[in-house]
Ligand binder design. Structure first.
Ligand code: IPE
Ligand code: IPE
Ligand code: MG
Length: 227
């Protein structure tokens, strides 16, 4: 059973390049995939879907691309809200969302608020997210808030992460073939099963998701123990 699926949505640029389109068109096509995959995940009984949408490193891309991606956020929130309401999708975010432009932040806050009672699946968007940033943000909060910061356990530490109520991902999928984490959920992925698909994100569909889930089901998760 997969309670939490995490996906690195990679390959929008390569998808566009193959078609002689701009990178922006690749990102728009990529954003369009999100609803289908969220629906397909919900059908499979997955409770939490975390999608890596923008990393702390992605701020170093050309300003025009960053601006385009930031403008996609309010567009996505506005266009997809009716579907999210209809399909019981609760929207959340993780990451340094304070760094996002005001319009993107406002649209996200509004959609998060409006979908808060939806119960079918939680769609958790990682935006201005970095695994190291998350760990450092947790340490700084611990220093501010913990009475005895010299006595930190793994359980205490995990309570200071961005989404302490969400269980660790069972499966992490990366599209577009690259075999790296790119600073995604460094703490939370410690025991996740990994699946890399050669499909670029705009081509990743429900059938591809099912293939990854079937592969997961054949894995023997030992957690360091002997069976
Ligand atoms: C993933 O696609 C989307 C983001 C990182 C925002 P890319 O833009 O990284 O696509 P490639 O890797 O250049 O093909
Ligand atoms: C990871 O993809 C980040 C997101 C999908 C949001 P990148 O394309 O930024 O990662 P690298 O540069 O290939 O490591
Ligand atoms: Mg990429």
């Amino acid at each position: 059973m997969i309670r939490h699926l995490a996906i690195i949505m990679d390959g929008n640029g390569r998808w566009a390049q193959q078609r002689g389109l701009s990178r922006s068109e690749g990102h728009r096509a990529g954003a369009q995939r999100i609803s289908d995959i969220t629906e397909a995940a919900a059908q499979l009984g997955i409770e939490y879907l975390t999608l890596y949408a923008f990393s702390t490193e992605n701020w170093k891309r050309p300003i025009a691309e960053v601006t385009f991606l930031m403008n996609l956020i309010p567009e996505f929130c506005r266009n997809k809200l009716p579907d999210m309401m209809k399909n019981g999708v609760r929207l959340r975010t993780v990451g340094r969302t304070d760094d996002l432009p005001a319009a993107s932040k406002a649209a996200l806050l509004d959609a998060v608020e409006k979908t808060r009672d939806n119960r079918k699946i939680t769609l958790n968007l990682a935006l201005s997210y970095g695994g190291r940033a998350e760990i450092v943000d947790a340490v700084n909060r611990i220093l501010r808030e913990e009475k005895k910061p010299e006595k930190i356990t793994e359980e205490t530490f995990a309570r200071y992460l961005y989404a302490p109520d969400i269980p660790d991902p069972d499966l992490m999928i990366r599209t577009s073939g690259e075999m790296r984490l790119s600073n995604f959920l460094l703490w939370e992925l410690s025991y996740a099963e990994l699946f890399v698909s050669d499909l670029h994100w705009p081509d990743f569909d429900a059938a591809a998701l099912k293939e990854a889930v079937s592969a997961y089901e054949t894995r023997d998760r030992r957690f360091g123990k002997v069976k």
